[in-house]
Design a binder for this molecule. Structure first.
Ligand SMILES: Nc1ccn([C@@H]2O[C@H](COP(=O)(O)OP(=O)(O)OP(=O)(O)O)[C@@H](O)[C@H]2O)c(=O)n1
Ligand SMILES: C[C@](O)(CO)[C@H](O)COP(=O)(O)O
Length: 242
């Protein structure tokens, strides 16, 4: 049986850490000729199981119409909130999906989502009938910084990295389960992604699945991340020499 899925793209952030010189939120920055948001939505549309992509922007947004012009199966809603969790919560309520419908939440700030990673997540969640997220195991040694009100950062201690993964998006859940988890934890600063809300609410054995993501799916957060992604796009577009 083929599943019909809905994707939600929270795109109401300001992109403060990216430090856009002209005040343009980072999701509208040009990357290889297209705004970042358009890349992220097209990556989701590449999987035909995704019936609709619903993009949630800030109420006063004046860039989204142009950024999404002409994209099929895409709905723009101006229901963004003050935090990512509030934007997702509002977008989910606005979508008014059946409780059992599957929904995938994907950051506008992850324009490089590869089709195979997206398919892996959808396949795993459907096969296990369980929510999950893309993530990558931590590959580096992890340092805990000491408190520094000024001056250079310094190491307080080294943390064990066994079993640590870095969460990416999409994160895929049944709409009813996700709405209930987000409603129950509204305003909780620990809820920095959908999975964290579900983890705090779900019964044993139902914790979200960790499905291997991809480095190309890294979030563009800091100014230098944009150059890195432009390089990736150029490499994807270059004809192979052999
Ligand atoms: N109130 C908010 C804040 C964030 N987001 C979205 O959540 C995603 C991931 O957030 P992040 O990379 O942290 O983006 P910003 O919040 O824009 O970045 P910053 O924290 O640097 O301002 C982005 O697609 C962003 O637009 C959102 O929809 N609503
Ligand atoms: C949801 C997320 O992309 C998972 O890594 C991430 O937490 C969002 O970024 P933020 O900086 O926490 O808003």
């Amino acid at each position: 049986m083929s599943a019909s899925l809905t994707a939600l793209v929270p795109a109401a952030g300001a992109g403060v850490r990216a430090g856009s010189p002209d005040g343009l939120p980072k999701q509208y920055r040009d990357l290889g000729g297209e705004p970042m948001l358009r890349h992220a939505v097209r990556a989701l549309l590449a999987d035909s199981r995704i019936a609709q992509v619903r993009v949630a922007v800030a109420p006063g947004d004046s860039w989204a119409d142009a950024a999404l012009a002409g994209l099929p199966r895409t709905v723009l809603r101006r229901c963004g909130g003050p935090t990512r969790a509030e934007t997702v919560r509002a977008a989910l309520r606005d979508a008014d999906l059946a409780a059992g419908a599957w929904v995938l939440v994907h950051d506008a700030a992850r324009p490089g989502l590869p089709a195979d990673a997206l398919a892996r997540l959808i396949d795993a969640c459907l096969a296990q009938d369980r929510g999950g997220l893309l993530a990558l195991p931590v590959a580096d040694t992890v340092k805990q910084a000491g408190e520094a009100s000024c001056g250079p950062a310094w190491v307080d201690r080294t943390l064990p990295r066994d079993g640590l993964w870095l969460a990416q998006t999409p994160q895929m859940f049944r709409a009813g389960e996700l709405q209930a988890a987000l409603d129950a934890r509204a305003g909780d600063p620990r809820v920095t992604d959908e999975a964290s809300a579900v983890e705090l609410a779900c019964p044993p054995g139902r914790a979200p699945l960790l499905v291997r993501g991809a480095r190309a799916n890294d979030k563009l957060t800091w100014p230098e991340d944009f150059d890195w992604f432009e390089g990736l796009l150029a490499a994807r577009r270059e004809p192979r020499s052999r």
